[in-house]
Design a protein around this ligand. Structure first.
Ligand code: FES
Length: 210
């Protein structure tokens, strides 16, 4: 990922995400999708050619200003002997990378759902690096720190958002303790913090059909 190959994303009002300078776009099965110097990605949820925009936003009444955040915008600390994990529920996209990598530490069936002492520091760091939204962080010297795993610039999640890595975007993330190095963008059209994903796709059982 060269520093000089910056990509930019503009969230068009009531329209798509316009992406410039993209080098890698991965589909829901990890396949490489065609990239163009300028491309429009669907964020209304209605395109028949997902992840690309087919103009459906013009006919389905997509309103990019609508919605109520699904979770509260606050930073919760889960303290452990070796690591303190931070979590902002508002920006969590429910990608579940945490439960996949360290299921003993991140278990939504238990209370609290994050128990740092049930895993190693290395496991926790791996989870935080792979958390695509930046909802999870590490508290170091009082500050929230994000780790970033090396991955494709934009990855399309089946029945979920776009996971973005190293891009400039026209709209700042409203979530506290997030990072511009990685974030997730809504493609179901239902998020309360558009253009970012707030996990509503999961709550509503949205199906992307791709
Ligand atoms: S894709 Fe997550 S809220 Fe729309």
């Amino acid at each position: 990922m060269g520093e000089d190959s910056k990509i930019t994303i503009a969230a068009r009002e009531n329209g798509p995400l316009v992406v410039k300078g993209l080098d890698t776009l991965k589909g829901p099965d990890g396949q490489a999708l065609e990239v163009k110097p300028v491309m429009a990605l669907c964020r209304c949820g209605g395109s028949k050619t997902k992840p690309f925009c087919d103009g459906s936003h013009k006919t389905n009444g997509f309103d990019s200003s609508s919605g109520t955040p699904a979770g509260r915008n606050r930073v919760i600390d889960y303290e452990g002997a070796e690591a303190t994990v931070t979590f902002n529920p508002m920006v969590c996209a429910h990608a579940a990378e945490c439960a996949r990598i360290a299921p003993a530490v991140f278990n939504s069936a238990e209370r609290p759902w994050v128990q740092p002492d049930k895993g190693s520091r290395a496991e926790i760091e791996e989870v935080i690096a792979h958390c695509p939204s930046g909802a999870l962080g590490l508290r170091l010297d009082g500050k929230v720190t994000h780790l970033v795993a090396d991955r494709a610039r934009i990855e399309v999640m089946r029945d979920g958002p776009y996971m973005v890595h190293d891009a400039d975007i026209s709209v700042p993330n409203p979530g506290e303790a997030t990072t511009p190095r990685k974030f997730v963008l809504c493609r179901c059209g239902k998020s309360g913090i558009k253009p970012y994903c707030d996990g509503t796709h999961k709550d509503q059982g949205w199906k992307s059909g791709d």
